[in-house]
Design a protein around this ligand. Structure first.
Ligand code: KIV
Length: 258
C-alpha cells in the first residue's frame, strides 16, 4: 500500500521526507522503496523531452508519464505536477484538468506553482478532496516572468511576499510546500513558521525534506548539472565510457550477439 498524506505530514519535526522525480515505470520501480514521495514533475519537459524549459509540457503528456510511473509505484506517495496554464484560466478548467490527472494516473495529489493568486484554485481542489502541494521560490513555469533560473527571495521585501504567499496557500489547504532555490536561512524560517512540511531543493538543510530531479541525482547528463543538484553517482560519465567500449568492441568484432 502507498504511503498516505497524513502519515507523511506527521513526519514534520520528527523525520525528514525524501522525495524524487520519476517519469517512467523503470525509474519509478527503482526509486519507490527508497523515497517517501515520487513526483511526476514537469521537469520532464527538460530532462526527458529535451526542451529548455518546463513550459511546453501538456496535460496529456504529464498524464502519460503519470500512468507509466503509477504502474510501478507501490509504496511511495504519488504526486503529479499540473503543467503550465492548466490551472490559470478558470477554476472550472482547473478542476477538470486535476480530475483527469487524479483519475487517469491514480495520483494521490497534484502540485501547483504560485502564491496568493492561485489560492481560489487550491481551495476548490482541496474542497473536492484533491490534496495539493504548493511550490514557491524559483517556480520554473514563471521562468520568463522571473527572468532566469537565479535564486529567489533574496531581499527582505521578496521574503515578506513569499512568507505571505506560503501562509495564504496553507490557509487555502495545501498539505506540503516545495521551496525551490531560496536563501537557506529564509527556508528555515518558512519551515519554522508553517504548520505543514516544507520540502526543499536548493533551499538548505533545514526544510522538512528534500526533493531532487532523478536525472540530476545521478548526473545522467554529463554536460549539464544544475547548482542545486545533490549528485549521488556520476552515471552519465559511466554510461559514456560503457558506450565507447561497446563501440570499440563492435568495430573490432569483439562483440557478437548470441
Ligand atoms: O518538476 C519538477 O521536477 C519539480 C521539482 C524540481 C520540485 O517541480
Amino acid at each position: 500500500m502507498r504511503k498516505q498524506k497524513h502519515e507523511l505530514m506527521a513526519y514534520k519535526g520528527k523525520q525528514q521526507i525524501a522525495m524524487i522525480t520519476a517519469y517512467d515505470a523503470w525509474s519509478a520501480g527503482l526509486v519507490d522503496r527508497y523515497v517517501d514521495i515520487i513526483l511526476v514533475g514537469d521537469s520532464l519537459g527538460m530532462v526527458v523531452q529535451g526542451n529548455d524549459s518546463t513550459l511546453p509540457v501538456t496535460l496529456d503528456e504529464i498524464i502519460y508519464h503519470g500512468k507509466l510511473v503509477s504502474r510501478a509505484n507501490q509504496s511511495a506517495f504519488l504526486v503529479v505536477d499540473m503543467p503550465f496554464m492548466t490551472y490559470h484560466i478558470s477554476i472550472e478548467q482547473t478542476m477538470l484538468n486535476a480530475a483527469r490527472i487524479m483519475k487517469e494516473t491514480c495520483a494521490q495529489a497534484v502540485k501547483l506553482e504560485g502564491g496568493k493568486s492561485i489560492c481560489p484554485e487550491v481551495k476548490a481542489l482541496t474542497q473536492a478532496g484533491i490534496p495539493v502541494f504548493g511550490h514557491l521560490g524559483l517556480t520554473p513555469q514563471s521562468l520568463h516572468q522571473l527572468g532566469g533560473w537565479q535564486k529567489q527571495a533574496k531581499t527582505q521585501e521578496q521574503q515578506t511576499t513569499l512568507m505571505e504567499d506560503a501562509k495564504a496557500l496553507v490557509n487555502a489547504g495545501i498539505c506540503f510546500l516545495i521551496l525551490e532555490n531560496i536563501p537557506h536561512d529564509f527556508a528555515k524560517q518558512v519551515t519554522q513558521e508553517l504548520p505543514i512540511p516544507t520540502i526543499g531543493i536548493g533551499a538548505g538543510a533545514d526544510t522538512d525534506g528534500q526533493v531532487q530531479v532523478f536525472h540530476d541525482l545521478f548526473h545522467l547528463n554529463p554536460d549539464f548539472l544544475p547548482r542545486h543538484a545533490t549528485v549521488q553517482a556520476h552515471l552519465g560519465e559511466a554510461m559514456q565510457e560503457a558506450l565507447q567500449s561497446y563501440q570499440e568492441k563492435v568495430k573490432a568484432k569483439e562483440i557478437l550477439s548470441k
